[in-house]
Structures are given as C-alpha cells and as structure tokens.
Design a protein around this ligand. Sequence first.
Ligand code: URA
Length: 236
Amino acid sequence: MERLQKFIALSGYCSRRKAEELIVQGKVMVDGKVVTVLGTKVDDSNKITIEGKTLSKENKEYILLYKPRGVVTTTSDEKDRKTVMDLIETDKRLYPIGRLDYDTTGLLLLTNDGELTNLLIHPKNEIDKVYIAKINGIMNASEIKKLEFGVLIDGHKTAKSKVKVKKIDKVNNCSIVQITIHEGKNHQVKKMFETIGYEVLKLKREKIAFLDLTGLKPGEYRKLNIKEVKKLYALK
Ligand code: URA
C-alpha cells in the first residue's frame, strides 16, 4: 500500500505536492468518498478520482532501456552527472526499478507503477536477473559451486544463483561468466565475485525474466507493450 499523495504522483497525474493540495482541498475521492487526510493508504484495488477524473492504468508507463556505461541510475544526481532520465523522453514521473552501477550496462526498467516495481524487486518472487561478467581470472568448479550455493555479503547470505562459464581466455587470464540471481542488493554481483577473490572488470545485465535487449543499442529504449506488462504481473 502507498500513501495517497505518493500514489497519485507515481501515477504521473501530478507532483506529490500538488496531490497534497488536491487532497486537502477535498478534490480527491477514494472509492466514491472524499478523502482529506494526507497519508491515507491506498493501492491499485482502490478507485481514485481527482476532480471527477478516474486515475487509471492508462497513466502507467513502462520503459525498457539499454543503459550505457557512464550514466547514473537515479532521477537526479547531486554531482550533476548524466542520469538515465536524461536518456528518456516522457511526460510521466518515472523512476528506475532497481539500480545498475555507473559502469554497468544493460537492461533497466523504468516505470511509475509501484505495484509492478514491488513485484519485480521482491526476492520472494524469484524473478531472474541475468548478468554477464568479465572477471580477472578463471574459476574452478568448487568456486562456481560456492557462488551458486550462496556467499556472505554485508553479513547476509545470498540466495542460490546459477553460474555458467561462457568463455575462458588463458592468455589474458580472464573469463566471461553468466550469473543469474533474483535479488538486487547494492553491487551484488561485484561483491559476490569479490568474496571468492575475483574482480568484475565489466558487467552487463542481459535479461530480467523474459525481457532482453533484442533490437536495442546502448542508450536506446522502447516501451513495454500490454502483453509484456501482463506477463510480468503473471510472474507473481
Ligand atoms: N550487481 C552489481 O555489482 N552491479 C550492478 O550494477 C548490478 C548488479
């Protein structure tokens, strides 16, 4: 559940401050009743009407971005660096689902749909996130097992993952490894490799669930279609 003013802002209807004004002025109805209390909790099962207009799923937007290197995953950066929002044209108040590091490339979803965001980031839903990492060395079978079984990062054991070595470069002593996880802790993949003594030299997220980067170049994006959104909801 979300606070009413945040719920309205996330729908892209207006800013949170404007939503607060509308609520206090008695212009917002929840399930047919005027609500003037800020912070009233609502979710997608509630019918929200503002000045006679019903908030609908049509106000939701879903973007799949191929994040390039050198861009911050945030809506605004205090150091004034380029953000993922600078790559997207929208009139909605979108935000990224989860985070990719400044130097990580790959698939990033952006939306104003709080419910879908929660669904995709909650580990209990076990949504696969597939990464390709270039690491500085060549892993042995027991190290692969260790990663797959779970390692301790920041005092927490990671959930089970899948690890596949895709390429080994003995001359340059590095390898390309695919790792599939369903959590999203800060710098998780880099930290996981760190625990077994490897540095991640390059990192790309190739997939989230059934979504991949087909047809996109770094910096490009597309909207998800209704079928894809429904399929994501069905993963719950
Ligand atoms: N894990 C990381 O270490 N970095 C990312 O950007 C994503 C997952």
